[in-house]
Design a protein around this ligand. Sequence first.
Ligand SMILES: C[S@@+](CC[C@H](N)C(=O)[O-])C[C@H]1O[C@@H](n2cnc3c(N)ncnc32)[C@H](O)[C@@H]1O
Length: 297
Amino acid sequence: MSKKETLDQETRNARSSGGSGIELSAREFEMFRSYIYEKSGINLHDGKRELVRTRLGSRLRALDLATYRDYFEYVRDDRSEQELVNMLDAISTNLTSFFREINHFTFLEQKVIPELLRRREKGEREIRAWSAGCSSGEEPYSIAFLLATRMPDGAANDIKILATDLSTRALGKAAKGVYSEEQVKTVPPDMRKQWLTTVVDEYGDKRSQVAPAIRKIVKFNRFNLMTPRFPFRRTFSFIFCRNVMIYFDKPTQETLVNKYYDVLAKGGYLFIGHSESLTGVKHGFRYVQPTIYQKPA
Ligand SMILES: C[S@@+](CC[C@H](N)C(=O)[O-])C[C@H]1O[C@@H](n2cnc3c(N)ncnc32)[C@H](O)[C@@H]1O
């Protein structure tokens, strides 16, 4: 073997053991895959073995465990489920941004807000929305910014946005409502001016914090979308569940979409991510336009 071939082989070996020297066997991967599916609905295909190995590798190191099997047993036997929370935190992808997929916000502004205002005139004051899979908060805050800015004075008191996620790490960030200057660049200037204040973090860097008036509107909770029955007593005017179902298989998507149907008000809307579709999913929604569905009135 030439020197170069030897080096290439070494690189491949180092990659396959992730530098930590711990291998994730096919059998161990299968154990995690079915456990993660059972607990979160997240469907990890074969190509995700490396992702599982590296992301869970940090948990092995934190707990000083020698093998992935040891870690699997540790998670499974932890009655407090704290390590399950940590494991799902490590596995989930929390990528998000303010006003991501802008046409949903245009639709809210042009179509949904006028409808809500008409209902308001008839005495239906409360506006309830749900950001399901809210990650670090950019999505529900964007909804709150838009509603609070584009609805008449006083309406903000009647807006309630429930924002839920599985990841405690993401929710911790969301509840603080502090973002970098780069992250808030996609917030329209009028809303940035009205709802974001400048703070200085512990490193002396300038950051933007969501104003208390908006933080009052958005309520963050840890909630697993796999919960068999949603425990909400009152219905929602609209639900955002974007870039979440992409991790679920079709049967899981179908169950979830039908649970959303049940907790939406008549005429309420469901927004899904742009790379998602309900093709092959049985549901009672009316198709409005790609990625937007309405429960018939
Ligand atoms: C890629 S982020 C999407 C964030 C935001 N909705 C957006 O589109 O920008 C997906 C989120 O779904 C959450 N998630 C995945 N499975 C979940 C489950 N079973 N219950 C609740 N949240 C889940 C993840 O923790 C993650 O924060």
